[in-house]
Ligand binder design. Structure first.
Ligand code: ADP
Ligand code: MG
Length: 292
């Protein structure tokens, strides 16, 4: 492509809210074979809501919510914000936790008053030596609804199962359908529960799921797809998406996402709407066709 035609293409793209940081991204984008997308904040709104809370015998619902919300006040994770909002909506009095610790991709812990409180994924509970099988059926049911099941432990005892649900963004189903029509394979890369990820992938018609990927493992997940022989475009928004954006043959960041993601990407989608991805591809195709 000549520089002038690239400029013309980029100008049209900018009108559509797609910013090509490098001219060569016009080319690499349409050469991609797999479009891999982060789930939370990219396919979904990234603003989950607490939907379910079921306690084990001997634990009281409001008290468990008060304790876990007190703990989650110290976490920046969207799941933490959902739990805190739910507690506040019920007018619960939160207290300041002591000795807060976060284990990225697993969960969080702290001392809340006289209680040791832990919240996280099943793999976090496994690390703590806690058996979550009493909630196995409930967890499956929740995950099949596309919700993320989490567990709370109080003083070393399994106390509750909690679920959060993160709505799919408005433009996402149409964007996936358009990418399929354009001939791409579509993949999802997420730190979330595998069963939850599968349920969401099924809803959206996503072809391949890489789930329970740890925060520093997303670049590896992209590499796995590349090792299968695919040229990969990765779309993400978070801090932990930056290495994957760099690893991909072309990286696309959501303009409403974190600065690191935006700085690492080759293409920026100014709005959070994923329809920008097929639009950008259509445009890069027609631009390059015009100059041949
Ligand atoms: P994602 O960005 O896809 O949600 P993360 O790696 O941030 O992936 O988190 C993976 C999982 O770790 C979450 O789905 C959740 O089960 C658990 N987790 C992480 N942080 C927290 C937290 N503050 N509270 C509860 N669970 C958490
Ligand atoms: Mg994200």
């Amino acid at each position: 492509a000549t520089p002038v035609s690239i400029m013309v293409g980029s100008g049209k793209a900018a009108e559509m809210g797609v910013l090509f940081r490098k001219g060569e991204a016009l080319q690499t984008l349409q050469q991609a074979q797999v479009i891999a997308l982060d789930k939370t904040g990219t396919l979904t709104k990234g603003k989950p809501e607490l939907t379910d809370l079921r306690t084990e015998e001997g634990f009281e619902e409001a008290e468990v919510l008060r304790l876990i919300a007190s703990l989650e006040q110290k976490s920046e994770h969207p799941i933490a914000r959902a739990i805190v909002r739910a507690a506040e909506a019920r007018g619960l009095e939160l207290v300041e936790p002591q000795g807060f610790e976060a284990l990225p991709g697993f969960g969080v812990s702290a001392q809340v008053g006289i209680y040791r409180v832990e919240v996280g994924a099943d793999r976090y509970m496994a690390r703590l030596g806690l058996d979550v099988s009493p909630f196995a059926a409930e967890a499956q049911r929740l995950a099949d609804e596309g919700k993320t099941p989490l567990y709370a432990a109080i003083n070393g005892k399994l106390a509750a199962i909690v679920a959060v649900s993160d709505p799919i963004k408005e433009g996402t189903p149409e964007a996936i359908a358009a990418l399929h029509r354009q001939g791409f394979k579509v993949a999802m890369i997420t730190g979330d529960n595998a069963r939850t990820a599968q349920a969401i992938a099924r809803q959206l018609g996503i072809d391949e799921v890489l789930a329970e990927v740890l925060p520093d493992g997303k670049a590896d997940a992209v590499k796995q797809l590349q090792d299968k022989g695919y040229r990969v475009a990765f779309v993400g928004d978070g801090i932990n998406d930056a290495p994957a954006l760099a690893q991909a043959d072309v990286g696309l960041a959501i303009g409403t996402g974190t600065d690191v993601a935006i700085e690492t990407a080759d293409v920026i989608l100014m709005s959070g709407d994923l329809r920008g991805v097929p639009n950008a591809i259509a445009l890069s195709r027609s631009t390059l066709r015009n100059i041949k």
